[in-house]
Ligand binder design. Structure first.
Ligand code: UT7
Length: 365
């Protein structure tokens, strides 16, 4: 029988600190109306000084392990563009933080497509027999690379983490990851970039200008590439797994902009209400956005076991991808986060608990 990766648990965590559009409008030339109407974002989360990506990743990972009913996994893969350090990778720090022992743990860098790349990596570790279970985390302290006064980027991005546990299983099981499509075009590397801090800048031996350490993006161009690549990648993966578009129950796409989400849904002729959206509350959390959206939607009881789920993302690189899976029967239920071993650490909350408290209805999804 074919051995595939099966989703066995989900978890997420976001910093408690909320930054509203009004707060941003107080320090740059923008407005709540512009941000909401052009992006769909109302607020985002921001780490407190001293909180790093691995703190968010550990909190989300702990919840995912609990949701899967596991204390151990065979490997940890962390997708992030904001690692704790340039060296070492964040994966081993997360594995140690979770008390997982001396298992393989490493990072995958594909920025906003990072979770799909990490999912492919985790699935490969299972298919090859390297691991029976893999914790796949997308985590970002993205605001740490954002110029807090730049109206082109500060309204868009936020911090958070989402995680899933994959285990070895068979393709007929609910939760099976049935297909993946990934792509990249490095000719578009300068579309989205942090110019300084890497070997390109450091090899010159000059100290970089402070602003070169911040994230830059040519938003309008990215928008067009994002819609086209997510549509194409989605169609490719659906063909690969033999699903008709009409058979897709939920589209869980990278949460960059509500206009992008709607454009992708429209291109795929999927009803917009089938496109899961939580970017109004978290903005673009880069590699964290898909697992955060999955965990939050699961916590709200949106998915039924067996539902056909299409994931897709586009990000810096340029990179893109799509995945097709069925929703698992997470019989333990979503992680309520109230176990004594699950202390969130300072200032971290479960995203789905917050959503439940806000009583967000399906119309707002
Ligand atoms: O996660 C990786 C993938 N990232 C994305 O997918 C992001 C993709 N891009 C986008 O989401 C959108 O392009 C943005 C949200 C970044 C920008 O929206 P847009 O509708 O493409 O706006 P624009 O860049 O065409 O700018 C329209 C106007 C400009 O003014 P003029 O030239 O028309 O006078 C901008 O200067 O809006 C201005 N503007 C703003 N105004 C108020 C740009 N940012 C702001 C702002 N507040 N924050």
């Amino acid at each position: 029988m074919t051995r595939v990766a099966v989703l066995a648990g989900t978890g997420s965590a976001v910093p408690a600190r909320v930054v509203t559009n009004e707060q941003l409008a107080g320090r740059m030339d923008t407005s709540d109306d512009w941000i909401r109407s052009r992006t769909g974002i109302a607020e985002r989360r921001m780490v407190e000084p001293g909180t790093a990506t691995s703190d968010l990743a550990v909190a989300a990972g702990r919840r995912a392990l609990r949701s899967a009913g596991l204390h151990r996994v065979g490997a940890v893969v962390v997708a992030t563009a904001t690692p704790d350090y340039q060296c070492p990778a964040t994966g081993p720090i997360v594995a140690a933080g979770l008390g997982l022992g001396e298992i393989p743990a490493f990072d995958v860098g594909a920025v906003c497509s990072g979770f799909l790349y990490a999912l492919a990596t985790g699935s490969g570790l299972i298919a090859s027999g390297v691991a029976e279970q893999v914790l796949v985390v997308g985590a970002e302290a993205f605001t740490t690379i954002i110029d807090p006064t730049d109206r082109n980027t500060a309204p868009l991005f936020g911090d958070g983490a989402g995680a899933v546990v994959l285990r070895a299983g068979d393709p007929e099981e609910p939760g099976a990851l049935l297909g993946l499509n990934l792509g990249s075009d490095g000719l578009l590397a300068d579309l989205i970039m942090v110019p300084a801090g890497g070997s390109r800048q450091r090899s010159h031996g000059n100290v970089a200008a402070p602003e070169d350490h911040y994230f830059t993006m040519r938003g309008r161009e990215v928008f067009k590439h994002a819609v086209r690549r997510m549509e194409e990648s989605s169609r490719t993966v659906l063909e690969q797994v033999g699903w008709q578009l009409a058979e897709v129950d939920w589209l869980v796409a990278h949460q960059a902009n509500i206009r992008i989400l709607h454009a992708v849904a429209d291109q795929l002729r999927l009803p917009r209400e089938r496109a899961v959206a939580n970017l109004d509350r978290y903005g673009n959390t880069s590699a964290a956005s898909i697992p955060l959206a999955l965990d939050e939607a699961a916590g709200r009881g949106l998915f039924t076991p067996g539902d056909r789920i299409l994931l897709t993302a586009f990000g810096a690189g340029a990179t893109w991808g799509a995945a097709a899976l069925t929703w698992p029967d997470l019989s333990n239920g979503p992680d309520l986060g109230n176990g004594p071993a699950l202390s969130n650490g300072p200032g971290l909350s479960s995203a789905w608990e917050l959503a439940a408290a806000a009583m967000v209805g399906p119309a707002q999804l």
